[in-house]
Design a protein around this ligand. Sequence first.
Ligand SMILES: C[S@@+](CC[C@H](N)C(=O)[O-])C[C@H]1O[C@@H](n2cnc3c(N)ncnc32)[C@H](O)[C@@H]1O
Length: 247
Amino acid sequence: MQDRPSIPIGCLYGIGLGPGDPELVTVKASRLLAKLPHLFAPKADQVSLSIAKSIAAHHVGANVQFHETVYPMTRDPNVLRDSWRKAAAPVVAVLERGQDAGFITLGDPMLYSTFSYLMRAVRELLPNARVEIVPAVMSFAASAALTEFVLGEQKTQLTVAPAPDTEAGMSALIAQGGRLVMMKVGSRLPQLVDWLRASGHLAQTRLVVRAGLSGQRVITDLSRCDELDKVGYLSTLLVDLEPGEAL
Ligand SMILES: C[S@@+](CC[C@H](N)C(=O)[O-])C[C@H]1O[C@@H](n2cnc3c(N)ncnc32)[C@H](O)[C@@H]1O
């Protein structure tokens, strides 16, 4: 009996779409989006799912099939591992059929993106999986551009962090000095603004909401901004912590 020739497995592309403006999608990402038959995006995060799809829609081919991967809503490491395996299974099925698959993500795939979990889970199920990561404009780069906020000059230290949950966490970030980018701001904004006011940094803080998307807001004076609790998930704070350097 002759062995059937094995099909070469497909490649998983982690495709960063940039922060929102379809013109900020890289040429490489655009080329891949136009040719890939299967695009996956995380489902639980509905905001990212629909936005990622709407950015990708400017670039995809006519026969693309979108798949939603269920993003586990737990911090339990065992439950997480199992859930990611389940999420990875349909991706692995596509790759094993010899087809390529793309996982689309807002901003860059290597910065607070569900792509990292999916990539590990795919590799667990298919250790010889081919993976290619397509980097992208990170949302904080777009936010810095919109506010003319210089992220670094000469020896400035730049800290990029998720918005802290505690005042001690905020103080630790402030103690770093230099420039600070806080992501995942959302409903924490009123508390963060209070802490930044108390530490004397509010005048040196900028807020960008939905950079490059409908409803974009650029706020340079947070002391005059109301409805802080309504800015939503896609918001980023930029803080200049250098003493005596007002923006
Ligand atoms: C899960 S992280 C994804 C980061 C993304 N991978 C990147 O490279 O920018 C989501 C956070 O990114 C920031 N973000 C993403 N897109 C944004 C946008 N268009 N405008 C402002 N902030 C954005 C927000 O801080 C949001 O809470």
